[in-house]
Ligand binder design. Structure first.
Ligand SMILES: Nc1ncnc2c1ncn2[C@@H]1O[C@H](COP(=O)(O)OP(=O)(O)OP(=O)(O)O)[C@@H](O)[C@H]1O
Ligand SMILES: Nc1ccn([C@@H]2O[C@H](COP(=O)(O)O)[C@@H](O)[C@H]2O)c(=O)n1
Length: 420
């Protein structure tokens, strides 16, 4: 037991921690081992995270990505309701710099009244939810150190060695990028495996997995061209795809496919890894229909893999589009096992025109549309990811012009890139 604990805590000492006290640029700090080293006290105390309170951190270390996000979401709402008054919660992640899938979510808990019961409550939480619990103390020399007080894998109270805390440099890759391959799937098996992680908690996942099992795989487009229309909400996809269907006498498809539509609300409310796996499997199921329909007529598809990827990345990554995975990153590469269209057309309109069209349409805004309206940064990240999609012919269209002009621009692109 001791060896395993030592190994685990040694792993922790290699990690960098990012605290988001107020959703501005994270504060990065790291563990420095068992001997006090010079640290920029002004750095840590100036952030007021560790002063004037008993401070703890709780880390959700369970391997199951679905459970990890579920526990994080539950703790986010539950902790403050059970902790004694005058406690504050700060988002905290720990990660191995530039190492994908190394991110472990958690929280910093500040107890300004320094109540003994706080630690008792947190230990219970850690025990029930397989978390690692640490406390932070200042030594005489005002050095600050982290002490583990409950270890998930050992299921016991531990007094692991103390690690002193020092400021850490901002990592090259933004910490939110390290989870990207948990929400962007580059093969059927990964999306399938992600949904399997939740099938005991979400019975409908079994039905979706069954539908995916029934769907032919590795299909290719046939005699007629396949054109995918993409873009933010209210950019004119529905209007354009209907006009293209009429003009080309084609077949109009949507992803997710009709057999998954009645589950959308339920999966839209799930943790990101599950939500995106749902849409990813929807793309694979749609691909089989595209292949079959492209034997008979041109196929127009309203949203497909680019939507799933753009919204997953734009949701996972915070802040400016500069925080996105770098250009030519493999995250933008089209999956080799997913039917590739002849042409992807991405409609882009100005924020003002989008809002005008949303208001003109008068439909209830989805949570995501509300976020798009309030959060221009999110919209800019979605549009930027669309521009970075690789492996398929992806063309950006200025869709601010009238409907007929948009249609003519797209018909011209189709004549250039598709065999009609
Ligand atoms: N080129 C255009 N110029 C002006 N208005 C347009 C244009 N294209 C579509 N609209 C109008 O904008 C609104 C949104 O269009 P539409 O529903 O086709 O967008 P969408 O991208 O499918 O939206 P969502 O993804 O939210 O379903 C509709 O009221 C539509 O009539
Ligand atoms: N292939 C897809 C299609 C959709 N999504 C997600 O759904 C959101 C809304 O889609 P609508 O068709 O209702 O406009 C979209 O913003 C994506 O988040 C997806 O991920 N993959």
């Amino acid at each position: 037991m001791a060896r395993n604990l030592t190994r685990q805590l040694a792993l922790w000492s290699a990690r960098v921690f990012a605290a988001h006290p107020d959703r501005t640029e994270p504060i990065y700090f790291a563990l420095s081992g068992e001997h006090p080293v010079y640290q920029e006290n002004a750095f840590l105390s100036s952030r007021r995270i560790f002063s004037n309170a008993n401070v703890y951190s709780i880390h959700i270390t369970t391997e199951n990505r679905f459970l990890r996000e579920r526990i994080h979401s539950m703790l986010q709402t539950h902790l403050l309701s059970v902790l004694p008054g005058n406690c504050a919660l700060i988002q905290l992640v720990s990660f191995l710099p530039n190492q994908n899938r190394s991110v472990i979510p958690g929280f910093i808990v500040q107890d300004f009244q320094r109540k003994e019961e706080t630690e008792i409550i947190l230990k219970d939480m850690a025990k029930i939810n397989e978390c690692l619990l640490c406390s932070y103390k200042k030594s005489e020399g005002a050095d600050l150190w982290q002490q583990s007080i409950w270890c998930a894998t050992e299921g016991a109270e531990v007094k692991g060695s103390a690690h002193y805390i020092i400021p850490a440099a901002k990592p090259a890759a933004h910490v939110s990028v390290l989870n990207i391959d948990s929400v962007v799937f580059h093969c059927f098996e990964d999306a399938y495996a992600a949904l399997q992680e939740c099938k005991e908690s979400i019975p409908e996942a079994k039905e979706i997995l069954h539908l995916a099992d029934q769907s032919p795989r590795h299909m290719q487009r046939s005699n007629f061209p396949v054109i995918v229309i993409e873009g933010l909400d209210a950019t004119g996809k529905t209007t354009l795809t209907k006009s293209l269907q009429e003009t080309l006498k084609g077949t109009l498809l949507r992803s997710p496919p009709p057999q998954l539509s009645h589950w959308r609300d339920q999966f839209d409310s799930q943790p990101a890894v599950i939500r995106r796996a749902f849409y990813a499997l929807g793309n694979y199921i749609t691909a089989a229909v595209i292949a079959r329909e492209s034997e008979k007529a041109p196929v127009i598809v309203d949203r497909y893999w680019p939507s799933t990827t753009a919204y997953a990345i734009a949701t996972e990554v915070v802040g400016e589009k500069e925080n996105l995975p770098s250009l030519y990153s493999k995250v933008y590469q089209w999956p080799t096992d997913l039917l590739k269209p002849d042409l992807v057309v991405v409609l882009m309109v100005s924020p003002e025109e989008r809002i005008r069209r949303l208001q003109e349409r008068g439909q209830v805004k989805t949570q995501e549309e509300k976020e798009l309206e309030e959060n221009n940064l999110f919209r800019e990240r979605v549009d930027e990811v669309y521009k970075r999609i690789e492996g398929s012919i992806c063309k950006i269209i200025d869709a601010n012009c009238p409907k007929e002009e948009v249609l003519q621009q797209v018909l011209h692109l189709i004549s250039q890139y598709c065999r009609l």
